[in-house]
Design a protein around this ligand. Sequence first.
Ligand SMILES: [Zn+2]
Length: 347
Amino acid sequence: MVELKFISNSLAKKHSCGMFHPESAHRIEVMEEWILSPSSENISYEILDESASKEDILVTHTTDHYELIERSQNQMGHFYFDADTAANNYTFEAARQAVAVGKKAVWESDRNMSIFALVRPPGHHATRTSPGGFCIFNNIAIASELALQQKKYQRIAIIDFDQHFGNGTAYILEETPEILYISTHAAPGLGYPGCGFTEEVGRGDGRGYNIPIPLDYRSNEADLKIVFEQLIYPIIFQFKPDFLAISAGFDGYERDPIGVLGVTSEGFSTIGMLIHHIASELKIPFANFLEGGYNIQMLPELLSSYISPLIHPDQDYNNPSEYLEPNNQTILTIERSKKILNDFWEL
Ligand SMILES: [Zn+2]
């Protein structure tokens, strides 16, 4: 049994991308309320009031990127980086805090206690050179690159189950064979960020270490389950990471206001079980980073569904993927991925 510690950044609820924006402070409010409720066991909660150093952030991002965010704090009202991504005067500090929480999550998670970085702003769309897709600094990529650079870990696997391809994380790490990035996401033709094709397997020394797995409209936990069993498990067990970092996004939920996938609420337990299996087989610590998820009303339930198997892996979970079937497109994608990835992995 693992104890789960949620850590939020003290300015998480002060950062804003604008009124009526789906990536709102309410997301943290409702999850925080659930975490602090008596029904949640083996869970602790901490609020961190600490900012990452410029030096840490520049391990991943360019100085221009950093200074652009820094300048945004002096603007009146909202400062728009693009149509979807904006900052208010708290954003720079909130984003630096989110990086600090992420670093702590990688440094302090161990086999008995796993940290869930419950942060805003999220990170996986931020590239080395620019914010985007509601993201400012790439929390998971920075923590992973820092861990590698400071020799905390030698081989890190990142699994990103947010419904959007983590283009930022993928492209930041595309030449880094020490960090394996695996993403399941809605196919590029279905919307933002419009990339994450099976062919995008990395560059240079990093070829074979970027694994994008695009899914068709309304794909659900049955599709995720077969993708884990046929692609993710064999690759990750051959890679043998010493740490597992997870970009946890809940917008794959079937009733997410901006989502197109079809994962049920119970389906997040399936995802939790699949993730838990990896950490337990490899006997490695893991940490979660909050990315998307916009159904405010359902977020506590989705979070609870996902983390239950991480805390109580031996309990019986109602597993809908036992009666849901993967769709044909998923089977075709697995075949196509295997052909491409056979050059790098035994599949
Ligand atoms: Zn997303």
